[in-house]
Design a protein around this ligand. Structure first.
Ligand code: PMP
Length: 386
C-alpha cells in the first residue's frame, strides 16, 4: 500500500517520515569529523570496532541524565531504534498464548513486533485522554475469555503511548496518567511506555512520563529518530535493573550492539545542549504544518460529517469518516485524486473502526496541504454519494 501512496505526483499524508528539513546535517558533518579525527587514532578505531551491547557509555549517561526521574546509566540500553526495543521486550516478556494489552488503536509497528511471539493481543478501550482505566481492570483480570480461548493468567504488560500517540496524535491527561499508573501498580501490571514523540510538543510540554511515577513497574522506550534523524537507527530502553540481564541477552542475540560509530557521532552531536537549540525548530515547523492541515480540513470538509482531533504535538492526526464509509475502500479513490493516507484499521488489535484514518502533517509541505486535503474531500464526497 505504501508503494501505491508513494507514486510520483501523489501528496502523501500516509508515511510516518519525519521532515527531512529538520535533519541537522552540519552538526553531523562536524561530529563525524570529531569522532574520526578529534580524539586520536585509538578513539577513531574504537568508533569502527565492535562494542559493548549495553551501548556507548557516554551516550547511556546522557540518556540517564536527560530523563526526569532518577535513572542510573546501568539501567539504560542503547537500541537499534526504539523499534528494536519493542522486539526485545516481545522476546523477553511474551510467550505463545500469553496476553498482551494495547491501547485502541495503537502503533502498528508494536503489533508487528509482538505478533511473532504469538500472544493474544487484547485492545483496551481508549478515549481522547488515552486508556480507559476501568476497561483496563476487566481486560487485565487473571482469567479472560476472548472468543474461543481463555488465558489463564494476567497479561504480561500494557503497551502504552502517552504522548502524541501514533496513530491518533492524542495525549494522556495528567489525571489519566496518575490513575493508570496507580491502577497498574495495584494489580501488578507492568507498563511498556513508548515515547518517541514526547519532545515534539507545540506550546506546552506534556505531563511527566508514566515511568517517572513508578520506575520499577515500567519499561521506557525512547528514540533519536524524531529529534535527530531516523536513518541513524538509534533509540534507547530504560528498564528495572532486575530485567536488564535478560534484555541484554536478547540484544546480543539480535545484533550484538547498535552501531558504534553512530552512537559516538550522536554523543558528540548532543554535547553542549544541542537539542535545546535544535528541537524548538522542529516544534515550530510541525506546529505550522499541523495548523495548515487543520485549517484546510475546516475549509474543505465543511458540510461533511467528518471528525478529526487537534493534536498538541507529534506528527499525526486522526480522522473519522461519515457513517457507513470505509477508509480502506476510500483509499484507491483518494489515490486517483492524488492524495494518500493510512486507513485506521491497520492500527487495531481487534474490533477495528473502519471509518478511521491517519494523516501525517509533517511530510507534505504547507503549500501541498490545502491541495491534498481538498483532493481528500473530493474523494469523500464522491464515495459518500456513490
Ligand atoms: N514507536 C512508535 C510509536 C513509532 O511511531 C515509531 C516510529 N514510527 C517507533 C516506535 C520506532 O521508531 P525508531 O525505531 O525509529 O526509534
Amino acid at each position: 500500500m505504501l508503494k501505491v501512496t508513494e507514486k510520483p505526483g501523489i501528496i502523501s499524508f500516509a508515511g510516518g517520515l519525519p521532515s527531512p528539513q529538520t535533519f541537522p546535517i552540519e552538526a553531523f558533518a562536524d561530529a563525524c569529523e570529531k569522532v574520526l579525527r578529534g580524539g586520536g587514532v585509538d578513539s577513531a578505531r574504537a568508533s569502527l570496532q565492535y562494542a559493548a551491547s549495553e551501548g556507548y557509555r557516554p551516550l547511556c549517561e546522557w540518556v540517564a541524565a536527560s530523563l526526569p526521574w532518577d535513572v542510573s546509566p546501568d539501567q539504560v540500553m542503547i537500541t537499534t531504534g526504539s523499534q528494536q526495543g519493542l522486539d526485545l521486550v516481545a522476546k523477553v516478556l511474551i510467550d505463545e498464548g500469553s496476553r498482551v494489552l494495547v491501547e485502541t488503536p495503537t502503533y502498528l509497528g508494536a503489533l508487528q513486533a509482538f505478533t511473532p511471539m504469538e500472544p493474544q493481543i487484547v485492545g483496551v478501550a481508549s478515549d481522547a485522554e488515552g486508556v480507559d482505566v476501568d476497561d483496563l481492570e476487566g481486560k487485565a483480570a487473571p482469567t479472560l475469555r476472548t472468543g474461543a480461548s481463555v488465558t489463564p493468567e494476567g497479561p504480561r504488560f500494557l503497551y502504552v503511548l502517552p504522548n502524541f500517540q501514533n496513530p491518533t496524535g492524542r495525549s494522556m491527561s495528567e489525571a489519566r496518567r496518575a490513575a493508570l499508573v496507580a491502577r497498574a501498580a495495584a494489580i501488578g501490571l507492568p507498563l511498556v511506555e513508548d515515547n518517541p514523540y514526547g519532545d515534539l510538543w507545540f506550546d506546552h510540554p506534556p505531563p511527566p512520563p508514566l515511568t517517572a511515577r513508578n520506575p520499577e513497574g515500567c519499561i521506557y522506550l525512547g528514540s533519536f529518530s524524531k529529534v535527530l534523524a531516523p536513518g541513524l537507527r538509534l533509540g534507547f530502553m530504560v528498564a528495572p535493573k532486575a530485567i536488564m540481564p535478560k534484555l541484554l541477552q536478547a540484544k546480543q542475540a539480535a545484533d550484538l550492539h547498535s552501531p558504534s560509530f553512530n552512537q559516538r557521532v550522536v554523543a558528540e552531536v548532543l554535547k553542549d545542549g544541542f537539542l535545546d537549540r535544535h528541537v524548538p525548530t522542529i516544534r515550530a515547523l510541525y506546529k505550522r504544518q499541523c495548523h495548515a492541515m487543520l485549517s484546510a480540513l475546516r475549509t474543505e470538509m465543511a458540510g461533511l460529517d467528518v471528525q478529526w482531533n487537534e493534536p498538541d504535538g507529534g506528527m499525526f492526526l486522526w480522522v473519522r469518516l461519515p457513517e457507513g464509509m470505509n477508509a480502506t475502500e476510500l483509499l484507491p479513490k483518494a489515490v486517483e485524486h492524488g492524495v494518500a493516507f493510512v486507513p485506521g484499521s491497520a492500527f487495531y488489535a481487534d474490533h477495528a473502526d473502519p471509518r478511521t484514518l491517519r494523516l501525517s502533517f509533517v511530510t507534505a509541505t504547507v503549500e501541498q496541504m490545502g491541495v491534498g486535503i481538498a483532493a481528500l474531500a473530493r474523494a469523500i464526497r464522491e464515495q459518500h454519494g456513490a
